[in-house]
Design a protein around this ligand. Structure first.
Ligand code: TYD
Length: 201
């Protein structure tokens, strides 16, 4: 059985730290897997990622470009892997389009829904970890680390909108596990392990 696991959260909520942990967990259980990311995960997708993270554009263009990258990723990486019994751990997926382009930038939900139905009508993640943290704390975690990209430079109003939509999605879909990212890494990894134990049992 191949699993499709996605990892979400506002920038700075700590998802990167835990992606490797999730992969190590699957490796230890001898579950073949691939760790990938969006936007990106393919040669074309990584080129689109450069534009998406650094160039200003209309939010409609941005949303369609996220889905163009996603289509390439689905067709060339995600679907072939799942068919070959290889699990996918994806650093962000369509939930991020709702959270960032709708919640952050205000595009109509129906615009994203239409693209979702067009690009992956029959595929949803089996499990989604949502790392949740208040935007001010999240921002202070990233701001002294590195040069910030276009999204990371957004205001706390933007990130409050992103967070709100993520939490609404989590309420609406049982595939979500919301993790309070203000906990210690050990506490969080215990929660992740427990959830993965349930998934793969
Ligand atoms: P991120 O996943 O945070 O990577 P890193 O940890 O290397 O900075 O960066 C991707 C950014 O793209 C993030 O700010 C969220 C944004 N994004 C969207 O706005 N919409 C989407 O559909 C996706 C997948 C990502």
């Amino acid at each position: 059985m191949a699993y499709f696991i996605t990892v979400e959260g506002i920038d700075g909520a700590g998802k990167s730290t835990h992606l490797e942990f999730i992969q190590n967990y699957l490796n230890k259980k001898n579950i073949q897997n691939k760790l990938t990311r969006e936007p990106g995960g393919t040669e074309i997708g990584e080129k689109l990622r450069q534009l998406l993270l650094h160039d200003d554009m209309d939010v409609g263009t941005e949303t369609m470009m996220m889905f163009a990258a996603r289509h390439e990723h689905l067709v060339t990486v995600i679907q072939p892997a799942l068919k070959s019994n290889i699990s996918i751990i994806c650093d962000r997926f369509t939930d991020a389009s709702y959270a960032y382009q709708q919640g952050g930038k205000g595009i109509d939900k129906s615009f994203i829904k239409s693209l979702e139905e067009l690009v992956h009508p029959n595929l949803t993640p089996d499990l989604t970890f949502l790392f949740d943290l208040d935007p001010d704390t999240a921002h202070s975690r990233i701001s002294n680390e590195r040069n910030l990209d276009k999204f990371e430079k957004q205001s706390s109003t933007f990130f409050n909108g992103v967070r709100k939509v993520y939490l609404e999605l989590a309420e609406a879909h049982s595939r979500f596990l919301v993790i309070d990212s203000s906990q210690t890494i050990d506490q969080i990894q215990q929660i992740i392990s427990k959830k993965l134990d349930e998934l793969v049992k």
